[in-house]
Design a protein around this ligand. Structure first.
Ligand code: NAD
Ligand code: ZN
Length: 253
């Protein structure tokens, strides 16, 4: 039997299917990953890891730098602004609509799952289109917060407002971590797409599913940290493999 058909069967025989996505799922939408071949950090090296501490030390300076950068955005920010969902995002939205995929944890900040019709999405590293209060954790659409006086303040508690994207050195917001843990506890099958499975805590979720006897299916053109633990490796691009997997699932369900 072909690996894809076998994966489809395992998915259909599972009670609670969860998906974990990483930067790789958005590569075909024009956003480069950080690690691996073609990755931004592979080419330019890793950025400083104390971004959050520097924000807290001088929030006004942080916001003034963002305002100054303006149109001279980095390649990454430009790609985020231009990206559209690709067939991989669409396939996962369809799996959710079919009632097969119960929840999706994404490490991506690019909003592409929500833009393409997935509803049950936990954005563990935040969403680049939103802002969040450091004190009360409330999230806001960018347009909802005035940037006339920097740094901006939370309308609810007057705490410091930052982007919702989790910065280097910043703890994962508690509400998001609880949601991801709740979903991982329920899962007996996880589809792991386009992540190097290097960044914790997200990289720990597939390990937890495996430890309790669950199924792991990986979709990635290259081997990763967790490949040796996976029941099935579907080697290739997410935008090609995931639509085929959905076809296979629909054919045998
Ligand atoms: P990563 O950059 O560490 O790894 C990317 C993975 O995707 C690699 O394993 C690579 O082999 C794989 N890949 C490349 N092309 C693919 C394709 N077409 N289909 C499927 N897989 C493909 O990504 P990560 O594990 O998500 O960790 C990096 C962190 O950086 C994440 O936590 C995320 O927050 C952030 N990030 C986000 C975006 C985004 O929002 N789109 C982009 C880059 C980085
Ligand atoms: Zn607040």
């Amino acid at each position: 039997m072909k690996d894809i058909e076998q994966a489809a069967k395992l998915i259909l025989n599972s009670a609670y299917v969860l998906c974990l996505t990483g930067a790789g799922i958005s590569v075909e939408s024009g956003i480069r990953p950080f690690r691996g071949p073609g990755g931004l950090w592979t080419e330019f090296g890793e950025p400083p890891m104390d971004g959050y501490q520097r924000l807290l030390q001088n929030p006004k300076k942080h916001w003034e730098e963002i305002a100054r950068r303006g149109s001279r955005d980095s390649e990454f920010v430009r790609a985020l602004g231009e990206a559209k969902p690709n067939p991989a995002h669409l396939a996962l939205a369809e799996l959710e609509q079919l009632g097969i995929l119960k929840y999706l944890i994404t490490q991506n900040i690019d909003n592409l799952h929500l833009a393409d019709g997935s509803y049950h999405v936990a954005e563990i590293h935040g969403n680049s289109q939103k802002l969040r209060c450091v004190r009360c954790g409330n999230r806001y659409a960018r347009e909802a917060i005035s940037l006339e006086i920097l740094p901006p303040q939370c309308p609810r508690c007057r705490g410091l407002i930052k982007t919702d994207t989790v910065m280097f050195g910043e703890p994962i917001p508690k509400d998001m971590l609880r949601l991801c843990q709740r979903e991982t506890d329920k899962a007996d099958c996880m589809i792991v797409v386009g992540t190097s499975a290097f960044v914790y805590p997200a990289a720990g979720f597939p390990l937890e599913v495996k430890q309790k006897g669950g199924i792991l299916i990986e979709i990635n053109p290259y081997a990763t940290e967790i490949s040796p633990l996976c029941d099935i490796l579907l080697k290739g691009k997410a935008g090609e493999i995931l639509p085929q997997l959905v076809v296979s699932i629909k054919a045998i369900r």
